[in-house]
Write a protein that binds this ligand. Structure first.
Ligand SMILES: [Zn+2]
Length: 160
């Protein structure tokens, strides 16, 4: 069911709004709101006939690119893919293996507080720095934020 227009999977923040030279600099409230809105918009595309929990994620890459994704469920349940993971898969397909994530906004259409799941934290970690910021729905309809260092302090690392 679509109740909102689809965002382009690939959009850019105006260069005047975002400096790629400061990948760890805090986002402005307007940038956060824009990223959050894109996460909400893409959540309308979620395929979630089993849980009806519709989630969207919007990645801001360090080059200023924004890439979105939504959750895609499966009748087997265990093959369900989270919004964060579909966004990251799309980002790699669009920009290649060198992508780095500056910030992520996660939203759902269920007015529910929710943080990225454990699997998503590990997936985000693969393309993040400890300073990468994740925005997610908190209690009472507010937006919480945490760095990847806070969300996954003991990430799995290969060969380190
Ligand atoms: Zn997840």
């Amino acid at each position: 069911m679509l109740s909102a227009p689809a965002p382009d999977s690939l959009t850019h923040i105006m260069s005047s709004e975002l400096s790629a030279e400061q990948p760890s600099a805090a986002l402005t409230p307007a940038q956060i709101a824009s990223l959050q809105q894109q996460a909400v918009t893409v959540a309308h595309h979620a395929y979630a006939p089993y849980s009806n929990f519709r989630v969207g994620a919007a990645l801001l890459l360090t080059d200023g690119t924004i890439v979105t994704g939504c959750n895609v469920e499966n009748a087997s349940y265990r093959l369900t893919t989270c919004a964060e993971q579909t966004a990251i898969t799309s980002a790699v397909a669009l920009r290649g293996p060198g992508i780095r994530i500056r910030a992520i906004a996660v939203a759902n259409l269920n007015q529910t507080a929710s943080q990225p799941c454990g699997a998503c934290r590990q997936t985000i970690h693969e393309f993040s720095t400890p300073d990468t910021i994740v925005y997610f729905p908190a209690e009472g309809g507010s937006i919480a934020q945490a760095t990847m260092a806070e969300l996954l302090p003991a990430a799995f690392l290969l060969n380190e």
